[in-house]
Design a protein around this ligand. Sequence first.
Ligand SMILES: Nc1ncnc2c1ncn2[C@@H]1O[C@H](COP(=O)(O)OP(=O)(O)OP(=O)(O)O)[C@@H](O)[C@H]1O
Ligand SMILES: [Mg+2]
Length: 301
Amino acid sequence: MTAVEVRDLRRAYGSVRAVDGLSFTAPTAKVTAVLGRNGAGKTTTVEICAGLRPRDGGEVAVLGQDPWHNAALKPSIGVMPQAAGSGAAGVYPAARVGEVLRLFASFAAHPLDVDALLDRLDLARLAGTAWRRLSGGEQQRLSLALAVVGRPALVFLDEPTAGLDVAARHATWSLIEDLRTAGVSVVLTTHAMDEAEKLADHVVVVAAGRVVAAGSPAELTRDDGGTVRFTAVPGLPVAELAGRLAASVRETKPGQYVVTGAAAQAALTAVTAWCAERGVLPEHLSTGRRTLEDVFVELTA
Ligand SMILES: Nc1ncnc2c1ncn2[C@@H]1O[C@H](COP(=O)(O)OP(=O)(O)OP(=O)(O)O)[C@@H](O)[C@H]1O
Ligand SMILES: [Mg+2]
């Protein structure tokens, strides 16, 4: 059974079609990363799957059931909402960290050990602190703890590492890897391509409310011939080089160029000659596999 199965999902806010015929599946006991630019429809999709928002159309099966108005599903699902100001996680502002985590644990039949979880997310020293006094990153960590403490079969994590420091990011990654090992299905959203590449078994790329690509990171980054990357002055006329090589050339960030779809040797030679004709020095010229970031930029540019 798949943990989440979504077919032709639709949801509009007035005239904005936030989710517009979106289909994907999230396998059981795997990490699925949903990627997409701001406003692509990730949060709307996650909230519909988590039973927090109704849909206008399409089919959604979460652990085999329709999530909307489904109280029976609640104990099996953990949700970490996207951080957006205070109260995003549904926590009473005066509630203390330890109290609220114990309260959430008390709702579950077989919760995780609260003290161990507090330790793991570096929240133990904040156990007596009220939610409203936590920093943004501390609130994020508590919100993650609340999502997983009940040992759900499936967790939705909407940008779990946004705004976290390096140590907290690593603690979060290791927690997510352990969830997967324990058989938990994880659906997360992220803007960090390195995070998706490291954690995800399955990646879903969303643009304008639809899925534009899905597969494992290895499947999505597979390419013929290889990729050549270089740095030079911004704004070079890449279409000309692309024409010459019969390949794709993109300026992914100002001054950073990526050539795909050409044999690496031919691309290296062409880049060097083309830059020389312009009196431009290509720096950091390298060959290698495409990264998830390259693919993401191509798909969502
Ligand atoms: N409550 C709402 N009312 C009106 N429009 C909304 C509402 N929530 C989202 N939208 C719109 O729906 C679209 C999708 O929003 P959504 O929050 O799902 O995007 P997202 O992919 O999560 O973006 P981000 O990466 O910024 O979190 C956007 O155009 C947004 O402006
Ligand atoms: Mg969002």
